[in-house]
Write a protein that binds this ligand. Structure first.
Ligand SMILES: [Zn+2]
Length: 188
């Protein structure tokens, strides 16, 4: 069985999280997902720290039995033809690109609809967005700014590929930091 060292998500200045990446993602996809998730490490100046491991789905599911308050996110590919995505498409009346089930004190699941994310940039930005949910951001309401990565709808030409001030405000509201100290990009 895969063993890992879990660190609790806590307040203060350091949020350690573990990312379990499903080995069914191709190397190219893994690279895009990791660089998407790492935007949070960069923009938070290391307040978020990550360890990423590529493992099989069976081993990811073993973590379900783990207890305790751990910040672990499993990242799993899902096809647009799956029932979950079909019903979600209907519910939101849009094409679902990613879906995150946030469990503060358990394993969070982050699904990426890979056949709709064949462009690496798209996969990267959607990974940044979904990981924002995986660390507990914008669970009730997405921000209105169309450039923000945490906006509810992804648009290849208008959604920023780096975290914006609005995104980092969401982060600092939750994790108690000063947005002025964060690294974010300017958008029009
Ligand atoms: Zn969202």
């Amino acid at each position: 069985m895969f063993a890992f060292k879990a660190n609790a998500i806590s307040g203060g200045n350091s949020i350690n999280t573990i990312v379990l990446l499903d080995e069914r993602f191709t190397n190219k996809q893994q690279k895009a997902i990791k660089s998407g998730i790492n935007k949070w490490v960069y923009s938070s100046r290391g307040m978020i720290s990550l360890s990423t491991t590529t493992i099989s789905l069976a081993n990811i599911l073993n973590h379900l039995t783990d207890s305790g308050c751990v910040g672990v996110t499993a990242v799993i590919p899902l096809a647009s033809s799956s029932n979950t995505i079909k019903s979600y498409d209907k519910q939101i009346k849009k094409y679902t690109l990613g879906l995150t089930y946030y469990n503060k004190c358990s394993l969070s699941f982050m699904f990426l609809v890979v056949d709709r994310l064949t462009d690496s940039r798209d996969l990267q930005v959607v990974s940044t967005h979904e990981f924002g949910h995986a660390i507990g951001l914008a669970l009730d309401k997405h921000p209105d700014d169309v450039h923000a990565i945490m906006h509810g709808t992804y648009n290849h030409s208008t959604t920023s590929d780096c975290l914006t001030k609005i995104d980092m405000k969401l982060f600092c509201n939750k994790y108690d930091c000063d947005v002025k100290e964060m690294l974010y990009c300017k958008t029009d």
